[in-house]
Design a protein around this ligand. Structure first.
Ligand code: PHE
Length: 460
């Protein structure tokens, strides 16, 4: 498994330290999933009940897998394909499968990044009324040219950060964006909670409704956790490979999961009461989910806040932009690193090659909302983006996670990973961790996969 680094250009990138690694992991984790999926799920599944379940899962199952992936990366000093084949050539295919996930996600993630960029620009240039106007969102996403332009702007921004390198680009960007994101989330939460009627919404979000506990809740919490922690797609393997042996892995992954949870929690505090005020959830209204929550409901709520509307809209979309950009950067970095390890091209050339792919693939998926809108891959009203989202998150990620657990638990044996973690920490929980990886995690992952795929095969 010797890595030849005779050419300076092939030298592996490295984090400057533990803080940079934690922030990078958190930056990848905190994204659109925290902002629009977590609050929606929490509102649907009994508020505090969902939050509690999510918390327990994230700090058992979630950090176990985070630890596995980062330790695998650090042990092999390779991105995901090399990391698997280092131990066993026959298992290289899992690396390839894992690689496919960020290659699929990045283009469509950047399309949504483009929408966020457009909203920010519109809040600044046109004001809150214009953004909240009827048909604003629909009008925008069906415009092939404008959506494409904003997607490319967003992509170039993220590619630019990656082009500056791991230390000078990604680390510095995270160092600015992540703390600011946290401050903005706290600020907006406080502001929203001061609005009339908001406290009732906050209670709806926080007070556990135990009657809502169900297998469905657990499956949704698990799926959300996976996506949110950026698991099973090679990102954390790559990020682990940039980490020095002296840094404590087990503490770092706990911090990453903690950061992610705090932002999800705050997102709910901003969004659930806001949506509550708009729709009167207490009277049985249903909260909009996903894009329409973020791009239609919230602008309407902000618009009702009078003079503060424009400011709050701007701050909110800067926050969303930071969350989306830092995640997209981690995706681009993981793909670049995979290309670099596979081809032995320089980092710059690998990044350029990926950028060409990204802009082309993005154009195709983006067309799914306009010129190719007649393609409805998952049934009436669905678009190409929904299909790729389903393929990567609901099908491929659980499969990769399952194979990863089998690979580490049963093929290379947990000892390999435990030894790697122990290079820099005591890892007293190695026993429970082994049980998790060998037995519990595979069962949970199969449950997610079945729950995701069955409804597609047998629609209700
Ligand atoms: N974790 C990110 C989120 O919650 C999504 C993401 C997926 C980021 C894949 C990177 C890679 O939105």
């Amino acid at each position: 498994m010797a890595q030849h680094t005779s050419h300076a250009q092939h030298e592996r990138s490295a984090w400057s330290g533990k803080l940079a690694f934690i922030l990078a992991g958190a930056a990848s984790a905190v994204g659109l999933g925290n902002l629009w999926r977590f609050p929606t799920l929490a509102a649907k599944y009994g508020g505090g009940m969902f939050i509690l379940t999510y918390f327990i899962l994230a700090f058992t199952f979630g950090i176990s897998l985070l630890l596995l992936e980062t330790a695998l990366g650090r042990r092999t000093k390779q991105s995901v394909i090399g990391a698997y084949s280092t131990f066993n050539k026959k298992w290289k295919f899992v690396g390839i499968l894992a690689t496919a996930v960020p290659f699929i996600i990045t283009p469509y993630y950047c399309i949504i990044g483009g929408w966020v960029t457009k909203y920010l620009v519109s809040y600044v240039a046109e004001g809150a009324d214009a953004v909240a106007a009827e048909g604003f969102f629909g009008g925008f996403i069906t415009d092939p040219i404008f959506t494409y332009v904003f997607m490319v702007i967003f992509m170039l921004l993220c590619i630019g950060v990656c082009a500056l390198g791991v230390k000078n680009g990604i680390e510095k960007a995270n160092m600015v964006m992540m703390p600011l994101l946290l401050v903005m989330a706290v600020g907006i939460s406080i502001f929203v909670l001061m609005q009339p009627g908001a406290l009732e919404g906050a209670a709806y979000y926080l007070v556990p409704d135990f009657s809502k506990f169900s297998p469905d809740l657990v499956i949704n919490a698990l799926g959300q956790m996976f996506y949110s922690l950026s698991l099973a797609m090679g990102i954390m393997v790559t990020y682990g490979s940039y980490l020095d042996k002296k840094e404590n892995l087990s503490e770092s992954v706990a911090s990453i999961a903690g950061f992610d949870l705090v932002v999800s929690f705050l997102a709910g505090l901003m969004i659930v009461p806001a949506a509550f005020m708009a729709l009167g959830l207490g009277e049985g209204g249903t909260m909009a989910a996903g894009p329409s929550l973020m791009f239609v409901t919230l602008p309407t709520v902000f618009d009702g806040m009078g003079g503060a509307a424009q400011i709050i809209g701007i701050v909110f979309f800067v926050l969303v932009l930071f969350a989306a950009a830092t995640s997209a950067i981690s995706l681009i970095e993981a793909c670049t690193s995979i290309i670099q390890d596979g081809t032995h091209w320089s980092r710059g050339k690998s990044l350029f090659a990926f950028s060409v792919f990204l802009i082309a693939a993005g154009a195709f998926i983006n067309a799914g909302y306009n010129v190719l809108i007649w393609i409805e891959p998952l049934g009436p009203g669905t678009q190409l983006l929904d299909f790729f989202d389903f393929l990567s998150n609901s099908v491929m990620m659980p499969i990769v996670a399952l194979l990863t657990c089998i690979f580490v638990g049963w093929i290379i044996k947990p000892k390999e990973i435990i030894n790697e973690v122990r290079v820099s920490s005591k890892f007293k929980l190695a026993g429970p961790w082994t049980v998790m990886i060998k037995y519990i995690a595979p069962v949970l992952v199969i449950a997610i996969l079945v729950a995701n795929v069955l409804p597609m095969i047998f629609p209700a």
